[in-house]
Design a protein around this ligand. Structure first.
Ligand code: SF4
Length: 320
């Protein structure tokens, strides 16, 4: 007698569905604090019970990432490196930040020198796009945007000057290292950000929404709280306005150009900020830097310095 076949895929999915849960969030997690939306960070602390349950597909990806982490450590050890203190916990009580690091790596040539190690499994596209720390800083992927803060906090909290990302391509399991130097001013910004999150915990207030960003808001675990109108059928109007639809389509087409413009604009301004002189004339362009200083009205002892950069064609017609 033949056994009745069961649907194996569904059986696996059901097993994983039982594992779907949200965990209490009683601190600012190092892996999360680099998120670009302050409102999201405050929801993560105040409303963690209302976070959407992770879909089963995401649980598969997390599980795959754990296997890749084990594989990466074995690979590093095979090459003679030592990986210690795996999943060691860190805490900054003042800013309410916690985290646990993938480990510390040491070279056989200098075993006493240990560097924070963070292993990331990443898509083929992400793997190709990331070849330096600057690429990580400039990434428009919301999960990659959070890597710099995580590593900088591990460096800061473990009192180390340098740490290492080991990226593994999920498609072909190739690996690459990216070294990161401690950036004190970046860390200070993250600590201030954490303190700002904490300040919302003692009030009913929430920070403002960021302008809608499909990559960030579209993947947000709290968008049902933040934008309930998008989840409430009684608040949805179906429209056949063709002009509006073609504007939306064109808007979507222009999105990559906008991102490239913003990236280049930022790079130009960074160069201008560190130039030896306030004015640069190059080709048909003039770049002007203006630095303003003042005292903070809230903290009279504290001076602020702001540097503005403007870019104009040499003809004198401003482009911004
Ligand atoms: S939906 Fe967007 S604005 Fe609202 S919390 Fe999430 S990321 Fe922030």
């Amino acid at each position: 007698m033949k056994t009745t076949l069961i649907n194996v895929d569904d059986r696996i999915k059901e097993a994983y569905e039982k594992d779907r849960r949200v965990y209490p969030c009683r601190s600012n997690r190092a892996s999360n604090i680099g998120h670009p939306c302050m409102r999201y960070l405050v929801y993560s602390r105040k409303d963690w019970q209302k976070k959407v349950l992770p879909p089963v597909d995401l649980l598969y990806i997390f599980e795959g990432g754990n296997y890749i982490e084990t594989l990466a450590i074995k690979r590093l050890e095979k090459a003679g490196f030592t990986v210690t203190s795996q999943q060691r916990d860190f805490e900054d009580q003042k800013a309410g930040i916690t985290g646990h690091i993938d480990g510390f790596i040491a070279f056989p040539e200098a075993p006493e020198e240990k560097y924070p190690l963070e292993i990331k499994s990443i898509s083929q596209w992400g793997y190709e796009a990331i070849n330096s720390y600057e690429d990580i800083l400039r990434s428009d992927k919301v999960w990659v945007k959070q890597y710099p803060a995580q590593m900088q906090l591990y460096l800061y909290l473990s009192n180390k000057e340098r740490g290492m990302f080991y990226f593994v391509n999920k498609q072909n399991l190739q690996g690459k290292t990216i070294w990161v130097d401690l950036d004190y001013s970046y860390c200070e910004g993250i600590l201030r950000k954490a303190e700002e999150v904490n300040s919302f915990l003692v009030s009913d207030e929430y920070p403002e929404r960021i302008p809608y960003d499909r990559d960030v808001c579209g993947n947000c675990d709290f968008k049902h709280l933040c934008m309930p109108e998008q989840n409430n059928p009684s608040q949805i109007q179906f429209s056949e306005n063709q002009e509006l639809e073609s504007l939306l389509n064109r808007r979507e087409e222009l999105e990559p150009a906008r991102k490239e413009y913003e990236k280049i604009d930022k790079e130009v301004k960074e160069i201008a900020k560190t130039a030896p002189k306030d004015n640069i004339i190059i080709g048909g362009w003039v770049i002007t830097r203006k630095t303003t200083k003042g005292m903070s009205p809230a903290k009279p002892q504290q001076e602020w310095i702001r540097t503005a950069v403007s870019i104009k064609p040499l003809t004198g017609n401003s482009d911004e």
